[in-house]
Design a protein around this ligand. Structure first.
Ligand code: ADP
Ligand code: MG
Length: 206
């Protein structure tokens, strides 16, 4: 694979729905860089405390130490100048500044590997992922297994909860779905509303 860039600096993005193996793939690439004796640092958004505060954890319980940061600027302030490879998990929980920060790191010669959800549970682009995908040299889009039919899944179905874009949770709250079985939250709420209205309109038989 030819990447080019400033002294090896480049951006790689791993995207896809929940359970598609993004964290596993991120950890795999970072472990290989560690084996190659490159200087690696891993970051995650401080808001993501689902499995551990200071580790990137996959659903198959693969783990790697990571530094939690409050925002993208803090990531740039924290990363050591000598670091050669920067890993970032759950990039969708960062602010838009992450785009400029990753660009700066790559221009400095860093290999930046980013994992994150490309779509939210409404099936809409999850910022800042679209801009990261656009500026990346290499993009990997992974798929999970649809929990309804077993087909390849590209969507994250929220099973419970409110309408906020950011709601932390794992398999108790989300599952992977294919396009056929994905029900975007707004559609579900609209259907519930219509069903309720229909019930109200049905004349009682007694
Ligand atoms: P992501 O970071 O994309 O959410 P992870 O790397 O944390 O995904 O987890 C991937 C692992 O999740 C798989 O190797 C598998 O063991 C497990 N898994 C659980 N549910 C599913 C599913 N519906 N489809 C694929 N893998 C699943
Ligand atoms: Mg993950």
């Amino acid at each position: 694979m030819v990447y080019g860039g400033i002294q090896g600096g480049r951006i790689e993005v791993i995207c896809g729905p929940m359970f598609s193996g993004k964290s596993e793939e991120l950890i795999r690439r970072l472990r290989r860089a560690i084996i190659a004796r490159q200087r690696v640092e891993v970051f995650k958004p401080g808001i993501d405390t689902r499995y551990a505060d200071d580790e990137v954890v996959s659903h198959s319980d693969n783990r790697l130490s990571a530094t939690p940061v409050a925002n993208a600027r803090q990531l740039l302030d924290t990363v050591l100048l000598r670091t050669e490879v920067v890993g970032i998990d759950e990039a969708q929980f960062f602010d838009e500044d992450l785009v400029e920060v990753c660009d700066t790191l790559a221009n400095r010669g860093c290999r930046v590997i980013i994992a994150g959800l490309d779509l939210d549970s409404r099936g809409r682009p999850f910022h800042p992922m679209p801009a990261l995908l656009a500026i990346a040299e290499v993009v990997t889009k992974s798929q999970a297994v649809c929990m309804v039919c077993g087909a390849a899944a590209s969507f994250s179905q929220r099973l419970t909860g409110g309408g906020d874009q950011v709601e932390l949770g794992s398999s108790e709250r989300y599952e992977a779905r294919c396009r056929r079985h994905f029900e975007p939250e707004e559609t579900r709420q609209l259907e519930l509303l219509r069903a309720r209205q229909a019930v109200l309109r049905v004349p009682r038989s007694e």
